[in-house]
Ligand binder design. Structure first.
Ligand SMILES: NC(=O)c1ccc[n+]([C@@H]2O[C@H](COP(=O)([O-])OP(=O)(O)OC[C@H]3O[C@@H](n4cnc5c(N)ncnc54)[C@H](OP(=O)(O)O)[C@@H]3O)[C@@H](O)[C@H]2O)c1
Length: 266
């Protein structure tokens, strides 16, 4: 049976934990190694009562998932590396942290550098992975494990920072859009709960259309919705005046630059 230790008890740890417990494709034990009770509120009493605080226990695990903030990477690695088995796989979703950087902190065994997102909580993460020191079978095994939390795409490591800006951080663009749409609806007197349900479903449908009909350009889709003099044209004029399309592109570039900065040891 595979034994997995999630290091960190914050938001991503919780999302992955939920995803792995909803859709397990093989028997395994998943444990949590926490630093403090600062994120205790995310967890049920049942789970929290099993949490480890003792870093020595790391030696009993086959897969270590390092869900600490990039700034905590050095101290966390200083604690866990001496206790890791040499064949244990380190799975690192830390933004910006390269495989070479993980190696410079003494990680000798196999590494999966990954970029999931919080939709892992419902098995809907879009996860990217780059591997080092894993043979084909090992890569497939880790990809299957990550796949229990959503889709997994194996990429060159150089693509992880750009895609962190799009995929790891990506739900934030959509959450903000949804929040703005719901607030706009409220200004028109619409019920918050119903609007939340309707606009979430609308976003899901539009996203599926774009993915499934990849032969049609996004310009075509916009044209199909925006008839001259109509309601969509009115909203697009406001967004264009505010520079919204370029603003989103700037946000993507800023997030990717930040990932590059986080990967530079301070
Ligand atoms: N959140 C996302 O949507 C997302 C998506 C993709 C990738 N990531 C990456 O995932 C990582 C975690 O992000 P997050 O949002 O989950 O952060 P978070 O909510 O702040 O959680 C970080 C956790 O790490 C714990 N920690 C720090 N040092 C530790 C140590 N030495 N031993 C054990 N636990 C330790 C913290 O402990 P305390 O509880 O004591 O503070 C906290 O529970 C980051 O590197 C981020 O780049 C996050």
């Amino acid at each position: 049976m595979q034994r997995v230790m999630i290091v960190g008890s914050g938001h991503l740890a919780h999302a992955l934990w939920e995803g792995w417990h909803q859709n397990p494709r093989q028997p395994r034990t998943i444990s949590l190694l926490a630093r403090s009770g600062a994120h205790r509120h995310l967890w049920t009493q049942d789970v929290w009562s099993t949490v480890h605080f003792d870093v020595d226990s790391i030696q009993n695990y086959d897969v270590i998932v390092l869900t600490v903030k990039p700034k905590d990477g050095p101290s966390a690695l200083a604690q866990i590396v001496p206790n890791m088995r040499s064949d244990a796989v380190l799975v690192s979703p830390m933004a910006g942290w390269s495989i070479a950087q993980l190696r410079s902190y003494g990680v000798c065994g196999p590494i999966a550098r990954v970029m999931p997102n919080v939709s892992a909580a419902i098995g809907a993460s879009t996860t990217l992975a780059a591997f080092d020191g894993l043979d084909q079978t090992g890569q497939e095994e880790i990809a299957r494990f990550l796949g229990e939390c959503g889709t997994v795409t194996v990429v060159e490591e150089a693509l992880i920072n750009p895609y962190t800006a799009l995929i790891g951080s990506g739900p934030a663009y959509i959450f903000l859009l949804l929040q703005s749409l719901i607030r706009g609806g409220q200004r028109l007197g619409a019920d918050e709960g119903l609007t939340r349900e309707l606009v979430s479903s609308m976003v899901e449908g539009a996203a599926r259309l774009v993915r499934d009909r990849s032969q049609d350009s996004l310009d075509d889709w916009i044209r199909q919705v925006a008839s001259p003099g109509g309601t969509t044209e009115a909203l697009l004029a406001v967004l264009d005046r505010a520079g919204w399309p370029l603003m989103i592109q700037d946000a993507v570039v800023a997030a990717s630059r930040r990932a590059d900065e986080l990967g530079v040891p301070s």
